[in-house]
Ligand binder design. Structure first.
Ligand code: TYM
Length: 356
């Protein structure tokens, strides 16, 4: 049997990259789960505070995210859905892993670097300017908490987008290193090494700068489509998506990133793997489809694909808040029961069991 775990930060309603790269896979895994498989999905609020958050905003965004997860089709009866901060076992395992995590390895990871945007030769440990604050320990050790999230459930599979692949590699290395030191015999696994599941839509690009991934931290709302955007909003954003001035439609992610991203989105939304973006672009090119017509088609396809999600989201948000709180509390209890077992096992392996 499989244990599937994944997480998403509560930075508001998810965008199309989150949806195609991860969330839709979560729902598919739920649909295809066998008896005995376990699905665990977390709103990782403790990860969110590695960058500054406003208190009211964060609470609101957690609610929106919870509602979004239900709206895409996650079923709290079949999947454990919970808030990370309600399950302190993640933090307990994180500390143990921290004692075995190499600073050098963490220093080579890309995420804190991209968040800090340091100039060359500047030390990350000192503030170099008022707008360039020093690197915080939490941001630096972000991947250790992520590893704990995964390893605390004995996870076998983690469905994520490509930007998370490096973090999962780190989690596997931490698990192997831990087992090597603390398992009673060579080859015994206390912490299980998880596999990465990458969806075909592993990297959806920004609409305003198609050389960058679609990202929640992009301040420009036109750069991404939210899964709750109205037909009109989708149409406007796709219409304004950056393309190029070359004539006709063709697929070339290097030289035509904007057009190629739109073609990719069309293929991902169709989700039947029968047509490749190259073939689709070639057919459109041959049929002299204009950029305007392509954009209309992309907008319509997204609108139709997300219509049900949008409707369910509105319904869920209009329910009394107790409904969501109740579901979250239930998810927390079930998650804690699982996580506690692993923390106890790990404590015992270290000689930290209760009593003398
Ligand atoms: P987060 O919240 O940034 O993103 C959630 C999921 O969406 C995927 N994703 C994308 N996929 C394709 N194209 C894009 N443009 C795009 N943008 C985001 C991400 O890969 C991710 O799967 N560190 C994680 C959260 C996390 C986690 C975990 C994930 C914490 N603990 C344990 C898995 C397992 C993050 O910040 O995801």
């Amino acid at each position: 049997s499989r244990t599937i775990f994944s997480g998403i930060q509560p930075t508001g309603v998810p965008h199309l990259g989150n949806y195609l790269g991860a969330l839709r896979e979560w729902v598919k895994l739920q649909r295809d789960a066998n008896h005995g498989d376990q699905l665990i999905y977390s709103i990782v609020d403790l990860h969110a505070i590695t960058v500054k958050q406003e208190r009211e905003q964060l609470a609101k965004r957690k609610k929106e995210l919870f509602a979004s997860l239900l709206a895409i089709g996650l079923d709290p009866k079949r999947s454990i859905i919970f808030e990370q901060s309600r399950v302190p076992e993640h933090l307990e395992l994180m500390w143990i892993l921290s004692c075995n995590a190499s600073m050098g390895y963490l220093g080579r990871m890309t995420q804190w670097k991209s968040k800090l945007a340091l100039s060359e030769n500047a030390s990350p440990f000192e503030a170099s300017a008022p707008n360039k604050p020093a690197l915080k320990l939490g941001l630096f050790s972000y991947p250790v908490l992520q590893a704990a999230d995964i390893l605390v459930y004995g996870t076998t599979h983690v469905p994520v987008g490509e930007d998370q692949a490096q973090h999962l590699e780190f989690a596997r290395d931490l698990a192997a290193g831990f087992n090597h030191v603390y398992a009673p015999h060579e080859g015994v696994e206390i912490l299980r090494s998880p596999q990465t599941i990458l969806s075909p839509a592993k990297r959806v690009m920004s609409l305003t700068d198609p050389t960058k991934k679609m990202s929640k931290s992009d301040p420009d709302p036109r750069s991404s489509i939210l899964i709750t955007d109205s037909k009109e909003e989708i149409r406007k954003k796709i219409n304004g998506a950056k393309t190029d001035s070359l004539v006709g439609i063709s697929y070339d992610r290097e030289r035509r990133p904007g057009v190629s991203n739109l073609i990719d989105i069309l293929c991902y939304m169709a989700d039947d793997n029968t047509i490749s973006p190259e073939t689709l672009a070639r057919d459109m090119g041959a049929a002299n489809v204009s950029m305007k017509a392509l954009k209309e088609l992309v907008a319509d396809t997204i609108d139709v694909g997300l219509r049900d999600v949008r409707g369910r989201y509105e319904d869920i948000m209009s329910l009394p808040i107790d409904h969501l709180s109740g579901l979250s509390k239930d998810g927390k209890s079930r998650a804690r029961t699982e996580a506690r077992k692993m923390v106890n096992t790990v404590y015992a392996a270290l000689g930290l069991e209760p009593g003398f």
